[in-house]
Design a protein around this ligand. Structure first.
Ligand code: GLA
Length: 682
């Protein structure tokens, strides 16, 4: 079985004849429509097939036409030559006498022809400050498991649009048949796994959620579904994750394998209260610790009485993208130059999809925000935050022009944190006509992607972080134009172990922004050692989110070594293959490692949770060359060693078969090891 064969297996449309006496037509479908004349069935017949090679991939195109209606579907199945991921999507089009309503229009909807007594679905669920919880659900005979996300914007919270379908008993990181299905989409989504009455048939569906109302499709207009990305593994969940990571690096993220900088983000260090001096002091601090970039978070913009400042805080200014000169009299260009003078790159926080009702933009264009005719506005953060109508191209153009002017004023801008702190709560678009209101959800997400694409095309060198009150935009749709996520506003390392564990199931470490913050932690008030905060953050893209002046000289010196150590292992962490060795869901620790594709380098992490007394865990490494000789070194060390390292030189076979005994002790203990092939040291 391959992901390609699974994608080719069909496209379940409502009304198709099945040839089965008991179930004569397909009712559980991924494509379901109401034709212009009110009829509801589809009878699609293959009307042509093509195959072409393009940029290292083979694309199969299958054209399907209805027997009676001028309605057609073109399916695409794209198989990459250099990784096991297969992208599949559909274009839907008709020339009926009037609009057709799409009740469902999934990207993937096919039977999975793998006999198995047990079918389980692994998914990620969450909410603000508690993202990416891993959960499992068994699909019994005659049952469906459905994961719907309906926020409109922060969709990765409710149910991430990526699932793993486990077929058979005993699936784990290394063993078992697993189908990964991930939607490249930042909007509402629905993933379903269904088994028939006796479990002899399993069907998997993934696509845009349309429970908010059918999408009205005019004649001769093409509706394109998002891509569903499939990965098939017969070697457990770990392989599915690795293939997604590889695909994302090679074929999705704008900067692919580029190393992400060690940065300091100003948010938790100063929130809305800063002066130019606060920020330049932060720059000095992060530079001293070995950082490479400074990112100015919320609070820098707005004009006059609507300026975003320590008084207005989050109640004003969204939509007015000009610098607040009361706070930053020298402007952003000057600030970026200050960063450059210290050898730091400069990044900026923006929240383009939003307006405050306390903004000049809203005062001038109240019809630019999503709203329902005749109902009061539902406002979010600060009781003033509303979502702009991204269905409307004029709104998008305005945002593009405003932000483009800001970006032009910072010639050295290298990074943008694109935030989004509200859902679509006002379920109406003033731009769409009354009979098209349900189109809002799909059109909004398309509008967001369109704007992301325009910014990316104009300044391709800029790295973007997709943030939505934390990890609300942890999806492959955003990752086509962004290079990383802010996985959570919860920066407590203990909680982050779980959040990052969830994130790693689908999304690569380079995309996972992990910041060292103050202790006690601002969200949980938990106190943790600096080493622990670092060790957890070293497993992804390391950064800081604190004011360096709050660190003691000893802490600064520890941080310097930690950053230097990170720079050593950064290539293998950010580009390597991930192996999850011990799950925090099963043990009082998480253990994971990254190994380079060439097997010459690796990094191993053991992150304790609440350990009673002392616990020694034998960690059998993965992904090494059995015959190569490696050296193992504990890095980012405090006073204590956590392992009696086998020998200075040890074979990959020993490391993988015998492993390393790592001893952790007490509540927040952790250890990191760097592993290098001795061949490379010669
Ligand atoms: C959201 C983000 C935070 C920070 C604030 C600023 O909550 O997730 O990281 O940028 O907004 O208002």
């Amino acid at each position: 079985m391959t992901a390609f064969e699974l994608a080719m297996a069909g496209y379940l449309a409502f009304g198709q004849l099945t040839g089965n006496y008991y179930e004569a037509i397909t009712k559980h479908a991924g494509l379901q429509v109401i034709h212009a004349d009110g009829a509801v069935t589809l009878r699609l017949r293959e009307a042509g097939k093509e195959k072409k090679e393009e940029d290292g991939a083979t694309i199969e195109t299958i054209r399907l036409k209805d027997e009676r209606y001028p309605f057609e579907v073109t399916r695409y199945i794209k198989r990459w030559n250099d990784c096991a991921a297969v992208e599949t999507w559909a274009e839907i089009r008709h020339s009926e006498a009037g609009p057709v309503r799409l009740v469902r229009a999934d990207s993937f909807a096919a039977p999975v022809d793998v006999a198995s007594d047990v079918v389980r679905v692994m998914s990620l669920t969450g909410i603000a400050k508690n993202e990416a919880n891993v959960s499992w659900s068994s699909v019994g005979n005659g049952q469906s498991v459905e994961l719907v996300s309906s926020a409109g914007t922060r969709n990765a919270w409710e149910s991430n649009a990526a699932i793993m379908v486990e077929l058979g008993d005993g699936v784990d990181e290394e063993r078992g048949k697993v189908l990964g299905v991930a939607l490249e989409w930042p909007g509402n989504s629905c993933c379903r796994v269904r088994r028939n009455w006796n479990g002899s048939r399993t069907e998997v569906f993934s696509g845009v959620d349309m429970t908010t109302g059918p999408y009205t499709l005019d004649p001769n207009v093409t509706f394109t579904t998002p891509k569903a990305v499939l990965v098939w593994s017969e070697r457990g969940r770990g392989e599915v994750s690795r293939q997604y990571h590889r695909w994302a690096h090679r074929h999705l993220m704008p900067h692919g394998y580029d190393l992400h900088p060690v940065l300091l983000n100003s948010w938790e260090g100063s929130y809305f209260s800063f002066t130019e001096k606060t920020l330049t002091d932060m720059m000095d601090g992060v530079k001293e610790m070995g950082g490479e970039m400074f990112v100015l978070d919320d609070g820098w913009f707005g004009r006059g009485k609507f300026a975003r400042d320590e008084v207005n805080k989050a109640t004003a200014g969204l939509g007015d993208w000009c610098v607040n000169t009361n706070k930053l009299p020298h402007g952003l260009g000057w600030l970026a130059d200050e960063a450059a003078r210290r050898g730091l790159k400069f990044g900026l926080w923006v929240e383009p999809e939003m307006a405050s009702t306390n903004s000049w933009l809203y005062r001038e264009h109240p019809d630019w925000v999503l709203q329902e005719a005749g109902r009061p506005l539902v406002c979010g953060r600060g009781r003033t935050q509303v979502t702009l109508d991204f269905c409307n191209p004029v709104v998008r153009d305005n945002l593009f022009e405003q932000l483009d002017a800001v970006y032009s004023s910072i010639s050295s801008l290298a990074y943008v944190k694109w935030d989004c702190n509200a859902n679509i709560w006002n379920s109406g678009s003033p731009y769409l006509t009354a009979d098209r209101q349900p189109n809002l959800w799909y059109d909004y997400a398309k509008g967001y992607l369109d704007l992301m694409a325009r910014f990316q095309a104009k300044r391709p060198h800029i790295m973007t972080q997709a943030c939505a009150s934390g990890g609300g935009r942890m999806d492959f749709g955003s990752l086509r134009y962004a290079d990383e996520f802010w996985p959570s506003d919860c920066t407590d390392p203990y909680r982050r172990i779980f959040i990052q564990w969830g994130c790693s199931q689908f999304y690569p470490a380079s995309a996972m922004a992990c910041h060292v913050t103050a202790s006690p932690n601002h969200q949980t008030k938990r106190k943790t050692p600096l080493k622990y905060r670092f060790d957890v953050a070293l497993t992804g893209r390391l950064g800081f989110e604190l004011h360096p002046k709050d660190l003691t000289p000893d802490e600064v010196s520890f941080a310097k070594t930690a950053v230097a150590d990170y720079k050593h292992i950064r290539p293998v962490v950010q580009r390597g293959d991930l192996y999850r060795l011990a799950s925090p869901y099963e043990k009082p620790l998480a253990a994971l490692m990254y190994a380079s594709e060439t097997k010459d380098a690796a990094a191993l992490f053991a992150l304790g949770l609440m350990i009673d007394g002392e616990r020694t865990e034998t960690l059998k490494l993965r992904g090494l060359d059995p015959d190569a000789i490696y050296s193992v070194r504990e890095i980012n060390r405090g006073a204590r060693r956590h392992a009696a390292i086998p020998a200075d030189a040890v074979t990959g076979r020993e490391l993988m078969e015998k492993g390393i005994d790592v001893t952790l002790c007490g509540d927040y203990d952790s250890a990191v090891f760097e592993i290098y092939s001795m061949e490379d040291c010669k």
